[in-house]
Design a protein around this ligand. Structure first.
Ligand code: SF4
Length: 373
């Protein structure tokens, strides 16, 4: 499949990289063969031993894809914020950076340029995953790839998610979440069962998507795709993150929930998270510099216990409450959780704490595997 085929992300296909940089160890890898074949126009360069990547990246900041021989840990715990309720998710690390351009993206603070890195030594990745997952099949894992990159933004070039879905068919103890802001359902034909793959989309009000998520699919396109997954028997996840306070937010987020009810039944949804916009000091500076039109950073924020600023408590609980109430009115209730919030906020918004649910990690593991709590 090449860019633009029927399972690629349609009109929201992210900009194509103009240059491919390869580590010498992966030049003959299946990933290198696939990406170079799908980008026949791109300039291909091989990194010499000791050569620095920034010498090969373009000064004009055009999109570069770097196929790397990664030597670190491919499976790692999610870097949850200390002192807030975390969900026990583990990351399958497939690469770094993203071709989309969301104004609030934390990756701006992590990476200096637009080079999108893809770990091309998939054989090593699969070896490490097998070691972790096959040690004891009674131990269940909730994993995802959308932490340091978007799970599907490069799928039309790399097919990484399809490869993972195929690989994980053999591991009945692993549930994989594919989290994205674009539409690419090409992975679906590799899934032998619809039970352990959770397609996931970030959702927001359409006003925020239009203004702050440049290059991403519209809300309607995301929910249409979610509906298509549900028709095929997959349960989907939705993430209201980041929820942003702006004039007219009540109407905007209410409309989003209405659209969720239009496209999905409660039974189609594994879980829905809500997370308020939060930032560390460096991210605020980067947003001001890179996205000068983004005014939400001038809202009323307060520094949290983890050094990140969050919207004032009464304002963010008001937003959480409105969204939760409207979801509950349509029968979506037990699946809702809060991302990186304290017991106090949980109690105020959802009327319970993660402990009441047996612990957030256990609760989400149960929801992922379709068990009723
Ligand atoms: S899709 Fe996600 S990873 Fe990509 S730019 Fe937007 S927030 Fe960042």
């Amino acid at each position: 499949m090449g860019p633009g085929s029927d399972t690629a992300p349609g009109k929201h296909i992210p900009a194509l990289p103009e240059k491919i940089i390869l580590d010498p160890e992966v030049v003959h890898s299946p990933m290198a063969r696939k990406v170079t074949a799908r980008l026949p126009e791109a300039q291909v360069m091989i990194l010499e031993p000791g050569q620095n990547l920034c010498h090969l990246s373009d000064a004009d900041n055009s999109l570069v894809i770097y196929l790397k021989h990664f030597r670190g840990r491919f499976l790692r715990p999610c870097p949850a914020t200390s002192r807030y309720r975390c969900c026990g998710y583990q990351i399958i690390h497939i690469g770094e950076n993203c071709p989309l351009n969301c104004s609030y993206c934390i990756l701006q603070a992590y990476f200096q340029d637009r080079t999108v890195k893809v770990w091309a030594n998939q054989h090593d990745l699969m070896h490490q995953l097998d070691e972790a997952f096959s040690k004891d099949f009674r131990k269940q894992f909730r994993v995802g790839t959308g932490e340091f990159t978007d799970s599907l933004a490069l799928e039309h070039l790399t097919g990484y998610s399809s490869d993972l879905v195929e690989f994980l068919n053999n591991y009945s103890n692993v549930c994989l979440e594919l989290k994205s802001k674009i539409i690419d359902l090409s992975w679906m034909k590799k899934a032998l069962s619809s039970q352990r793959i959770l397609p996931a989309w970030s959702v927001n009000s359409q006003e925020i998507i239009s203004a702050e998520e440049k290059g991403a699919s519209s809300l309607e396109e995301r929910l249409q795709a979610a509906g298509k997954c549900a028709e095929q028997g997959f349960r989907v996840c939705l993430h209201f993150d980041p929820i942003i306070h702006y004039p007219g937010w009540e109407k905007g987020y209410s409309r989003t929930v209405e659209m969720i009810h239009d496209y999905l039944q409660p039974v189609n949804i594994a879980y829905i998270s809500m997370g308020s916009f939060r930032y560390m000091p460096v991210l605020k500076e980067l947003i001001e510099h890179n996205h000068p039109q983004s005014s939400y950073i001038f809202n009323e924020f307060i520094m949290g216990m983890d050094g990140k600023s969050r919207l004032l408590l009464p304002l963010r609980t008001e937003q959480f409450r409105l969204i939760a109430q409207k979801l509950k009115a349509g029968g979506i209730s037990k699946q809702i959780y809060l991302c990186m919030e304290s017991d106090l906020v949980w109690k105020e918004v959802l009327g319970c704490t993660p402990n009441d649910l047996g612990g957030l990690d256990k609760h989400l593991l149960n929801l992922s595997f379709g068990r009723k709590n």
